[in-house]
Design a protein around this ligand. Structure first.
Ligand SMILES: C[S@@+](CC[C@H](N)C(=O)[O-])C[C@H]1O[C@@H](n2cnc3c(N)ncnc32)[C@H](O)[C@@H]1O
Length: 244
């Protein structure tokens, strides 16, 4: 775990202190750790006073909430498109394709201080920003690795045990293979959430054909619980909720 320890302890200077708006309308918890206020989706900020991607902060009572933008996060979009609740509270989440941490930060809010988000990203440029995020959020473990080679981070099996949830948003032609390879980390009965970008797989093929092919391939290990198109938030994406 030495390498992870080093990554987690790189000193960074994040100064995203942001003014907070006070809210008036009613706050409703629609899924564990996920809130709605008017049309806005919110998560409770685990790192009060700090924004991650320019999102609005709202103070309600003692707590501060971050507005979750469905145009920036496919998970937020899937929830607004009617995906059933997934209980992320205090869970261990393996997140593939973390980028700079936009959605990771909301998942970090939701799992809370008793959960973990193991965030895998292979681009060194965006990984820098993910590291800064992890400096401020102790439940985020950033890993610079290629999700096509899960052996690069297999030590997480010993350090964290089986994962409760696998989240994948890698926009790659072999998204199905990446999911199947990484399913070894997921506990039996665990859930996987996958954003499939048809354009990344085959620009010439009809998206419906691509999605059917993906579904056929992953059915060996997963049962499809729900799937939805992500329009108007994200074009040419289908989002899947799967049971292992
Ligand atoms: C669409 S972006 C992810 C956005 C992010 N999930 C969010 O909602 O904030 C896809 C990311 O996956 C990363 N990625 C693509 N292939 C990967 C791989 N094989 N291993 C790890 N990361 C990968 C890309 O570098 C990119 O940052």
């Amino acid at each position: 775990m030495d390498r992870l320890w080093i990554l987690r302890n790189v000193p960074t200077a994040v100064s995203a202190f942001a003014p907070v708006q006070r809210g008036r309308s009613h706050l409703k918890e629609i899924c564990p750790g996920i809130y709605k206020k008017g049309k806005d989706l919110l998560t409770r900020n685990l790192n009060p006073g700090f924004r991650v991607y320019g999102e609005r902060l709202i103070r309600i009572g003692e707590n501060e909430y971050r507005v979750w933008n469905p145009f920036r996060s496919k998970l937020a979009a899937a929830l607004l498109k009617g995906m059933p609740c997934v209980n992320f509270r205090a869970k261990k989440v393996l997140y593939l394709g973390a980028a700079s941490g936009t959605t990771v930060s909301h998942v970090s809010d939701i799992v809370g201080s008793n959960g973990w988000v193991i965030a895998v990203e292979f681009s060194p440029q965006v990984f820098e920003q993910l590291l800064k995020l992890a400096e401020r959020r102790e439940n985020v473990i950033p890993i610079l690795a290629d999700a096509r080679h899960p052996e690069q981070y297999e030590e997480i099996k010993n350090d964290f045990g089986p994962m409760d949830i696998l989240y994948q948003d890698v926009a790659q032609p072999d998204q199905d293979d990446i999911l199947l390879k990484n399913s070894v980390f997921l506990k039996e009965g665990g859930q996987a959430l996958v954003a499939v970008k048809s354009q990344s797989i085959d620009v010439a093929e009809k998206p419906e054909v691509i999605y059917k092919r993906f579904e056929k391939k992953i059915k060996r290990r997963f049962k499809i619980q729900f799937s939805t198109d992500l329009r108007p938030f994200h074009k040419q994406h289908r989002f899947y909720l799967l049971r292992h």
